[in-house]
Ligand binder design. Structure first.
Ligand code: NAP
Length: 279
């Protein structure tokens, strides 16, 4: 069995370290390698993968949406989001999955930040969509999708016709008003990410959050964004994006191997390998 992660760029991806650690912990002799696949090269890649014994791969930018028409079947979350991050070859058919939302929920549960009744979710890009849909499915009464570009938040909420999702603005007054009613705030924008060069201009929405409300930033590089540092200073429980990254990989590996795994043991093996890499 051969597994891969494809994208462009992809050589910076932490997936080989995470999957390598989990496969090692399972004692499986399965390779997991990064492969640069440029936009437009997906049909050639799928042919090559089939001929070369690749039975599963993760997909990152720019392929998460471009893969859809090339696959034979889409699993629930992938069909709902219109994006895949995990693809498996089963019975000669390519099956697409999306484990980002499940990974986010598992990370929140692991940190004791889920369930939450109302969620202020910042951003309306690909990651926001996967997380918003999942939290709505998982029982949030209200998920406010707060985005700079209003049409994008409206499109996201319109795509998944669920009463829990509501589009909202990204101005400081709106963020403060919605934070005051939320038990969880999730940053799904790229603000504060290393290399992004942009930062929140105003953190006053953190003052409006009720005591004990969680602050989850999907970003894992840096490990502590300014948002999380500011939240911590206010005594709020925080969570960075690393546990989500690890948990979405655990769910992906379950799809690759087509069997349930000891998720806690897998997540520990992956987290420990990542710590080792940093040291
Ligand atoms: P994306 O599709 O490009 O979406 C980016 C979002 O950020 C959009 O909502 C965009 O708003 C917003 N944004 C960008 N610059 C902004 C600014 N100056 N002011 C306000 N909003 C701004 O990206 P993505 O794939 O969803 O990824 C988003 C973040 O999640 C990234 O930092 C990524 O690393 C992280 N992520 C983490 C994991 C994990 O496993 N932990 C998984 C996936 C993604 P507009 O719509 O107005 O442009």
């Amino acid at each position: 069995m051969k597994l891969q992660v494809i994208g462009d760029p992809v050589l910076h991806s932490k997936s080989p370290v995470i999957h390598g650690a989990m496969l090692g912990a399972l004692g499986l002799d399965v390779s997991y390698t990064p492969q640069v696949v440029r936009r437009g090269e997906l049909p050639d890649y799928l042919r090559w993968a089939r001929e070369n014994g690749v039975t599963g791969f993760n997909a990152t930018m720019p392929h998460k949406e471009d893969l859809l028409p090339l696959l034979d079947w889409l699993d629930g979350d992938a069909a709902l989001c219109g994006a895949v991050n995990t693809v498996c070859l089963r019975g000669g058919k390519w099956i697409g999955f999306n484990t980002d939302g499940g990974g986010a929920q598992a990370a929140l549960e692991g940190a004791g930040l889920w369930p939450a009744r109302n969620v202020a979710l910042l951003g309306a890009g690909g990651a926001a969509k996967a997380v918003a849909f999942r939290l709505a499915q998982a029982g949030a009464e209200r998920v406010w999708v707060c985005n700079r570009t209003a049409e994008r938040a409206e499109a996201l909420c319109g795509q998944y016709r669920c009463q829990a999702l509501a589009p909202a603005g990204f101005d400081p007054a709106t963020l403060r008003r919605l934070a005051a009613q939320s038990q969880l705030l999730v940053n799904c924008t790229s603000l504060g990410m290393a290399g992004c060069g942009r930062q929140f201009e105003d953190f006053s929405f953190l003052d409006a959050l009720p005591q004990g409300a969680g602050v989850f930033d999907l970003i894992y590089h840096p490990a502590q964004t300014e948002l999380l540092a500011q939240a911590e200073r206010r005594g709020l429980p925080t969570l960075n994006g690393l546990p989500m990254l690890v948990n979405q990989a655990v769910l992906a590996l379950e799809h690759f191997l087509d069997r349930p795994l000891d998720r806690k043991a897998m997540a520990e093996a992956a987290a420990s390998a990542l710590r080792g890499e940093e040291a």
